[in-house]
Design a protein around this ligand. Structure first.
Ligand SMILES: *[C@@H]1O[C@H](CO)[C@@H](O)[C@H](O)[C@H]1NC(C)=O
Ligand SMILES: *[C@@H]1O[C@H](CO)[C@@H](O)[C@H](O)[C@H]1NC(C)=O
Ligand SMILES: *[C@@H]1O[C@H](CO)[C@@H](O)[C@H](O)[C@H]1NC(C)=O
Ligand SMILES: *[C@@H]1O[C@H](CO)[C@@H](O)[C@H](O)[C@H]1NC(C)=O
Ligand SMILES: *[C@@H]1O[C@H](CO)[C@@H](O)[C@H](O)[C@H]1NC(C)=O
Ligand SMILES: *[C@@H]1O[C@H](CO)[C@@H](O)[C@H](O)[C@H]1NC(C)=O
Ligand SMILES: *[C@@H]1O[C@H](CO)[C@@H](O)[C@H](O)[C@H]1NC(C)=O
Ligand SMILES: *[C@@H]1O[C@H](CO)[C@@H](O)[C@H](O)[C@H]1NC(C)=O
Ligand SMILES: *[C@@H]1O[C@H](CO)[C@@H](O)[C@H](O)[C@H]1NC(C)=O
Ligand SMILES: *[C@@H]1O[C@H](CO)[C@@H](O)[C@H](O)[C@H]1NC(C)=O
Ligand SMILES: *[C@@H]1O[C@H](CO)[C@@H](O)[C@H](O)[C@H]1NC(C)=O
Ligand SMILES: *[C@@H]1O[C@H](CO)[C@@H](O)[C@H](O)[C@H]1NC(C)=O
Length: 569
């Protein structure tokens, strides 16, 4: 290209000249071919900065063809200038050429889901007509260019999942047309600038999974069109400004995993009437869960776990669409007989699945009969580490969709109902550290999907049911610290799926260790210590090649252990 031509190109692509041409129709062909050349050169410069193009999407980009025909390129029909570059999902490697700033008619730039690295060039800020910039899912480094504020028409800015550092530029506040601002999953630091309150079109603000800190600015409360507010997994501190709880259009509210304090406002269910997802877990929020929460009738996910909430749970009977409720790891519960009555307020929900976690609180009282009334698919119930007592109601046998039932570390007592064997989808059952008594129901052998069964630290009596050998998915089984007696069933000790732990210690088991133990060739930890076992060590133990821990002490075994490569206690 000759120097003369270059300066002409530069001049002709200026918007002033372009405007003149709009008025003076005859020069259209002149400006378009000029734009053609500027754009073509910029695209070739873009291509030159790529190091890998495994799908060959840029192979059609060569000098001999019209660049408007190149794959991924769209030109305006009237003036022939590039308006759109769509190269999402192409596995392109390389850096983004600064010459991209010369594509002055570009309105959509899509380079998401590639392997682009180095910095976002400042020159992107020259793309005054840009409305959509997608650079998500790359490995871009450096800071967000302040010049981006030059893209005054920007409506979508997706920089999520890169390695960007530095702060959110204060200049971003001038992007008043921006609707989607997605900076999640980067390494951004600093605070949220108050200027963000000026981005009055904002509907989605996602900055979760960064290292941002300081206080959440009050100015966020000015974003009246906001529907998604995702600030989770950062280092925000202080109290949450009340104005944020006032954003009535918000559907998704996530400030989880920060260091935020303060109370939830009493009228929250009315000020966030459209809320579907409310996540404040992993903070230091104090006070009670407001009763008005039940008035936010669209709520599907309510996660307030890992805070300092106390008092009783409000009734949640209007939350028909709830499918995840996690109030675990707080100070909830009043020490009464009916702390779990809020569970009954959920029996009419219409969602197709329900996950309910109320672990590690001070919930007292019994497991209410109403749990049998769940017309929904109750698939996880976590109540461990509370002060619950009484028997497991037989009606629990109705909950056939249950996959994980965690009742450990409570004060439950009585016999375990054999109807638990009806819950065929069960994957994990933890009844450990309670005061259960009676026999282990042989019906548990029906739980063919069960992978983890913990019955340890109870008061179970009688024999180990040989039916447990039917639980062919079991990887971990702990029956330790009970009053089990009799011999170890042959079928049971040969349950070859066990790979993590089999703990039978601290019972009153008698007889020999059956040679079938040799089938446990995946098992890492076997503990039969502190029983009344006797006889020879079976030679077959040598087949348990995966064993890392073998505990056999405080029995009456004879002979030596038939292999030596592990530490035996
Ligand atoms: C882009 O524009 C700049 C400044 O106008 C110019 O120096 C550069 O050569 C242009 N790039 C291409 C590839 O034409
Ligand atoms: C340029 O690209 C076109 C279309 O893919 C192709 O047919 C042609 O062979 C290419 N020319 C050169 C010189 O690579
Ligand atoms: C340039 O623009 C003109 C007019 O819109 C168009 O006919 C032509 O195909 C474009 N491309 C090139 C490479 O000239
Ligand atoms: C990324 O692009 C690849 C193809 O290159 C595709 O298989 C994958 O689904 C894309 N991922 C996302 C999240 O869009
Ligand atoms: C970036 O913006 C600054 C100030 O707005 C300006 O001086 C500079 O020329 C711009 N740089 C580019 C490459 O556009
Ligand atoms: C917000 O915009 C107003 C004018 O629209 C301006 O006066 C103010 O300085 C801006 N605030 C911030 C924090 O940028
Ligand atoms: C919440 O909004 C109401 C009415 O829209 C207003 O009266 C109140 O002052 C706002 N509260 C806060 C804390 O912004
Ligand atoms: C709010 O919820 C409570 C308790 O669930 C209910 O009694 C009350 O009628 C609801 N108020 C409104 C305005 O829906
Ligand atoms: C569930 O629905 C039935 C019938 O509509 C109603 O009588 C009952 O009070 C409801 N239960 C709850 C907890 O809302
Ligand atoms: C639960 O079901 C029982 C019958 O099994 C019924 O008597 C009771 O009223 C139901 N409770 C609710 C809250 O629907
Ligand atoms: C095992 O315990 C049960 C109940 O505690 C008892 O009835 C039975 O006699 C015991 N069996 C043996 C062999 O000790
Ligand atoms: C087996 O259980 C006992 C008592 O519950 C415990 O002390 C021991 O550490 C457990 N063994 C293994 C290998 O985990």
């Amino acid at each position: 290209m000759e120097p003369l031509n270059m300066s002409f190109l530069e001049f002709s692509s200026s918007s002033r000249f372009f405007f003149t041409c709009l008025v003076l129709l005859p020069c259209i062909s002149l400006v378009s071919s000029a734009n053609n050349m500027t754009d073509k050169l910029a695209l070739l410069a873009f291509k030159a900065a790529m190091t890998e193009d495994p799908y060959g999407v840029l192979s059609s980009w060569n000098d001999t063809t019209d660049h408007c025909q190149w794959s991924g390129v769209t030109c305006s029909r009237l003036y022939g200038s590039v308006t759109r570059l769509d190269l999402n999902d192409q596995k392109l490697s390389g850096s983004i050429s600064p010459h991209i700033g010369n594509l002055s008619f570009m309105s959509v730039l899509m380079l998401g889901n590639n392997s682009l690295h180095h910095e976002i060039p400042q020159e992107v800020g020259q793309l005054h007509r840009l409305s959509s910039l997608e650079l998500y899912l790359n490995t871009l480094e450096g800071e967000i260019p302040r010049n981006l504020s030059g893209c005054a028409r920007l409506a979508l800015l997706a920089l999520t999942y890169n390695q960007l550092v530095g702060g959110i530029p204060i200049e971003c506040g001038s992007l008043v047309k921006l609707q989607i601002f997605d900076l999640a999953i980067n390494h951004l630091t600093g605070t949220i600038p108050s200027s963000i309150g000026n981005m009055s079109s904002l509907e989605i603000l996602s900055i979760s999974f960064n290292e941002l800190g300081g206080k959440i600015p009050q100015a966020l409360g000015k974003l009246t069109k906001l529907e998604w507010l995702d600030l989770g997994e950062n280092r925000f501190l202080g109290t949450v400004p009340p104005s944020i709880f006032n954003l009535s259009s918000v559907v998704r509210f996530n400030i989880g995993m920060n260091q935020l304090g303060g109370n939830l406002p009493a009228n929250i269910g009315f000020t966030l009437p459209n809320i579907k997802l409310f996540v404040v877990g992993g903070n230091q929020i104090t006070g009670v869960i407001p009763r008005s929460m039940s008035n936010a009738t669209a709520l599907q996910v309510l996660q307030v776990n890992g805070n300092k909430l106390l008092g009783s749970m409000p009734a949640l009977d209007h939350l028909k669409k709830l499918h995840l409720l996690d109030v675990g790891y707080n100070y909830l519960g009043r020490g009464g007989y009916d702390d779990l009555s809020f569970v009954c307020s959920l029996t009419n929900i219409t969602s197709s699945e329900l996950f309910l976690a109320a672990s590690s609180n001070s919930f007292s009282g019994t497991l209410p009969e109403c749990i049998g009334n769940f017309s929904t698919y109750f698939y996880e119930l976590w109540l461990q580490e509370n002060l619950l007592f009484g028997m497991i109601p037989k009606i629990i046998g109705n909950l056939v969709t249950m996959q994980r039932l965690l009742l450990d570390h409570n004060r439950f007592s009585g016999m375990v109902p054999s109807v638990l064997g009806n819950l065929h989808n069960m994957v994990e059952l933890d009844l450990s550290n309670n005061k259960f008594s009676g026999a282990i129901p042989s019906s548990l052998g029906n739980l063919v999907n069960l992978a983890r069964l913990y019955l340890n630290h109870n008061n179970f009596h009688g024999y180990i049911p040989s039916s447990l050998s039917e639980c062919r998915s079991l990887v971990e089984l702990d029956l330790s610290s009970n009053n089990l007696n009799g011999t170890i069933p042959l079928e049971f000790i040969g349950l070859a799926s066990l790979s993590i732990l089999l703990n039978l210690s601290q019972n009153h088991l008698t007889g020999v260790l059956p040679k079938e133990v040799g089938k446990l060739n995946l098992l890492a930890q076997l503990d039969v210590s502190r029983n009344m076992l006797e006889g020879d060590m079976p030679a077959s133990l040598g087949s348990c090649v995966g064993l890392e821990v073998l505990k056999m002490q405080e029995n009456s075994f004879q002979g030596s252990i038939p292999f030596l490569h592990l530490l035996v206690c």
